[in-house]
Design a protein around this ligand. Structure first.
Ligand code: UDP
Length: 366
């Protein structure tokens, strides 16, 4: 049996893990188990994904997140150190053949460091993405994780090129262009879309998510972005499943939820998110995953960032980078209400078979 320890911790990783875990179940040689770091831990950010998407229950739930660290130790560095330590403990007990990590969160980096320091080969799914913005914590996580990985699974041609340009061709790491498991998820679960119980949505709306540190940690930036959203919401309804981190920051800054024209809802499960994507006019987001999902569901996307790792969507006129300038946001939004995303490039993110291809390749390389 080929034992694979998958490390997850944050919402986008649960979506990818659902795809891969299902694929591993098709291969009798694969023996995958999950280590959940605890980075996202409550029902709406974690449990609902495991239940609805039938992700195998985590064999280890480390329960590590800022909220249950000692005051003074609630920094990214302390949380990272503790997570590396606890994952290493599991690895020394389980002795897997591989450690598998997804994407670019602190849980990704913790899993990668624990594997590297335990001498266990590392697999990175969603390798090679770059924003070239070193101020993003995610950029550091993905660059460092790629450097430690033995098998690098890239979702796009651009991601492969990025690694080649960084000299990965001269290392023993193996690079594969496998497509994007998030497209597999969008295709596979599209028919399971479900409306949100107890929420009356406007007939037509813009779907909006916002949670990146660069947009929420600075009170002035946060205020300007929400002023733009409010201005848009006066004429075009804005539905926002509110990330707990963003809610916290808005509350700290005295945001007046009661008088806001934005339709705030709790974070939703993936099947409800698909429903929102399917029924939206267009999408405004700073999320990595939601940019692509807008495309998968034929919607235009306004991205509130200065750069994106998913450059092919910008090149194909499906994604407009508006940064965080309120004027640019409102002007761009005004032009999109009647504008579906017309371009679909077959194979841009693979054929919807990324999960199976990754599982097969891992087995062949074991
Ligand atoms: N998502 C969800 N419910 C929500 C918001 C997002 O299921 O209320 C899903 C979304 O469809 C995507 C993933 O979570 O699959 C993206 O996560 P997030 O935006 O938190 O992270 P990022 O992709 O930016 O790393």
């Amino acid at each position: 049996m080929i034992k694979i320890a998958t490390v997850v911790g944050a919402r986008p990783q649960f979506v990818k893990a659902a795809v891969l875990s299902r694929a591993f179940r098709e291969f009798p040689q694969a023996d995958e188990f999950i280590i959940h770091t605890g980075q996202h831990h409550d029902t709406s950010m974690s449990e609902v994904f495991f239940q609805e998407m039938e992700i195998p229950k985590a064999r280890y739930n480390l329960g590590i997140n800022k909220e249950n660290m000692e005051v003074g130790e609630q920094t990214p560095a302390f949380v990272l150190g503790k997570t590396v330590q606890e994952i290493s403990r599991v690895l020394s007990r389980e002795k897997p053949r591989w450690v598998l990590v997804y994407g670019d969160t602190d849980s990704t980096l913790a899993g990668a460091l624990a594997a590297a320091k335990s001498g266990i080969p590392l697999i990175h799914v969603e390798a090679g993405l770059r924003s070239y913005n070193r101020l993003m914590p995610e950029e550091l996580n993905r660059v460092l994780t790629d450097r430690m990985s033995d098998l690098l699974f890239c979702p796009t041609d651009r991601a492969v090129r990025n690694l080649q340009e960084e000299g990965f061709g001269h290392t023993s790491s193996k690079i594969f262009r496998c497509g994007d498991p998030m497209q597999d998820a969008a295709l596979y679960y599209a028919k399971k879309a479900k409306p949100i119980v107890d929420v009356r949505l406007p007939d037509n709306f813009i779907l909006c998510t916002i949670h990146r540190n660069e947009n929420t940690s600075n009170p002035t930036v946060l205020r300007q972005i929400f002023q733009a959203f409010e201005q848009i919401a006066v004429s075009m309804p804005v539905v926002m499943p509110l990330h707990p981190g963003t809610r916290k920051r808005l509350l700290e800054n005295g945001y007046d939820f009661a008088r806001s024209p934005i339709c705030f809802i709790e974070p939703v499960g993936y099947f409800e998110m698909i429903y929102l994507l399917q029924h939206s006019r267009f999408v405004m987001t700073d999320s990595g995953g939601v940019q692509k999902e807008a495309y998968f569901f034929g919607k235009m996307c306004l991205t509130l960032r200065e750069e994106t790792e998913w450059t092919e969507l910008v090149d194909n006129h499906c994604n407009i980078l508006v940064g965080r300038d309120p004027k640019k946001i409102t002007e761009a939004a005004a032009g999109l209400w009647n504008e579906p995303c017309k371009s679909f490039v077959p194979g841009l993110y693979g054929k919807g078979e990324a999960g199976r291809e990754i599982a097969r390749t891992i087995i062949q390389n074991s």
